[in-house]
Design a protein around this ligand. Structure first.
Ligand SMILES: [Zn+2]
Length: 278
């Protein structure tokens, strides 16, 4: 660990121990929407969070923060209601089987709600996402029975299109079909209304304004990105920012506490409005 990083972690720990950071955070009415993909051990892919790390993150969130479901957060933002301090929302994209087998029992154990965004035509199939094609490991996806199992456990299912195309690269006809058909398929399979949407790849360029309108027309209450930062009660519901999973619990907590954030791979300290690159 380099000296700067050591000093940063030490300063954060000191503020945490003295509870000064809690005092500071109680004055912020923002929420952090976390984005995970896989909970998987012995996989060095940035998409995978080891189960032990995930459990420690969820344990911390359940004890020191205010875990809320995405649906509840969306309702509050729609009404412009004040968000509770230290609100944290847990979401997953893509529908990997470990979400059902590993993540869900951990979330249930700590009573933390979550939304699982799935691409309907990948569920119950042997299809492999393009980024997993050269992986040495298998990355199986959930079956519809497993998706229904998540619903039975009280979790929410969101829509992540049908075929996980980058909607920034397809024409309006394809985008419309992807958005409408996946909503219908998921609703038929789980027997519930699906109102939450996340854009495949989720970068700014993937989220074209005219396609957000299609998402709205299809009956979704929000669109989640895969970039950005914190949200508050005046955030755009069709451009909700999310934070990607952090490599360690302490770094996640530093982000949740507004102490630091990652930007282009560098840690940045957030203090009194200044941002310092490390
Ligand atoms: Zn995705």
């Amino acid at each position: 660990m380099n000296l700067r990083r050591f000093l940063l972690l030490s300063a954060y720990k000191a503020l945490k121990i003295t509870r000064l950071i809690l005092f500071r955070n109680n004055s912020f009415n923002h929420a952090n929407i976390l984005l995970f993909h896989r909970i998987r051990d012995n996989d060095d892919s940035p998409l995978s969070t080891p189960s032990r790390v995930f459990e420690s993150m969820i344990c911390e969130i359940s004890q020191g923060y205010n875990p809320v479901s995405l649906e509840v957060l969306v309702r509050k933002i729609r009404k412009r209601e004040e968000l509770e301090p230290r609100s944290v929302v847990v979401t997953f994209d893509d529908g990997y089987r470990d979400n059902f087998l590993i993540a869900a029992p951990i979330l249930q154990k700590y009573g933390v709600p979550a939304t699982f965004f799935i691409s309907s035509e990948y569920i119950d199939s042997e299809r492999v996402f393009s980024w997993d094609e050269n992986s040495k490991l298998d990355h199986p996806l959930m079956t519809w029975n497993e998706v229904r199992g998540l619903v039975k456990m009280g979790f929410d299912i969101g829509c992540h299109t049908a075929n996980h195309y980058d909607l920034g690269q397809v024409n309006a006809e394809v985008a419309t079909e992807e958005i409408f058909s996946s909503k219908k398929r998921i609703e038929n399979e789980i027997g519930k209304n699906v109102t939450l949407f996340s854009f495949p790849f989720g970068r700014r360029a993937c989220m074209r304004t005219e396609y957000k309108e299609i998402v709205k027309e299809a009956g979704f209450d929000c669109c989640c990105s895969a970039y950005g930062g914190k949200v508050n009660n005046s955030s755009d519901l069709y451009g909700l920012h999310r934070l990607s999973a952090y490599p360690s619990t302490i770094e996640l907590l530093m982000e949740l506490d507004g102490f630091m954030t990652y930007f282009d791979g560098n840690m940045r300290l957030n203090y009194a409005g200044f941002k310092i690159s490390f």
